[in-house]
Design a protein around this ligand. Structure first.
Ligand code: ZN
Length: 146
């Protein structure tokens, strides 16, 4: 029996709740993510979905107090966004920068990451983007603040 993968990927239409089909798909080269263009079989509307690695199900963070917790992308995103508050498009920029930090974390090839390493990677990414943001970030999250 042949497995019908299109059925497994079914997602309902956000406009009319009918069945949909995938009309285009491509992987990201930077981060484990698949972009899909979908179309409703009934109303023909078109939109985009993204399937991405949820690091909260794979990665753990070892905090400075040695407590271990599930990795939370939102926490990283907010810490980056806070350091970009002097910029106009801080949320959009923070989201892209978060993905850059995540791709660096994945290159560590370990599912247990120290908070110190996340800080160092985030600081480095911010330094290349906006030195003021990097300074703000390290003032809030740097070792000396503990
Ligand atoms: Zn529809």
């Amino acid at each position: 029996m042949v497995c019908d993968i299109s059925y497994a990927l079914t997602m309902i239409c956000p406009y009319c709740a009918s069945d949909t089909k995938v009309t285009n798909s491509r992987p990201s080269h930077k981060f484990p993510e698949v972009w899909r263009r979908r179309q409703c079989k009934t109303c023909n509307n078109i939109w985009t979905t993204r399937e991405y690695l949820d690091l909260s199900t794979t990665h753990r963070v070892i905090n400075r107090d040695s407590k271990i917790e599930a990795f939370q992308r939102d926490k990283l995103l907010l810490s980056i966004k806070d350091s970009l508050s002097h910029r106009k498009n801080s949320l959009t920029e923070a989201s892209a920068l978060t993905d850059t930090v995540l791709s660096r974390i994945l290159t560590q090839k370990t599912a247990q990451i120290s908070f110190t390493l996340i800080c160092a990677q985030t600081y480095d990414v911010l330094m290349r983007f906006d030195k003021t943001a990097a300074a703000v970030y390290i003032a809030i999250h740097g070792e000396n603040e503990e």
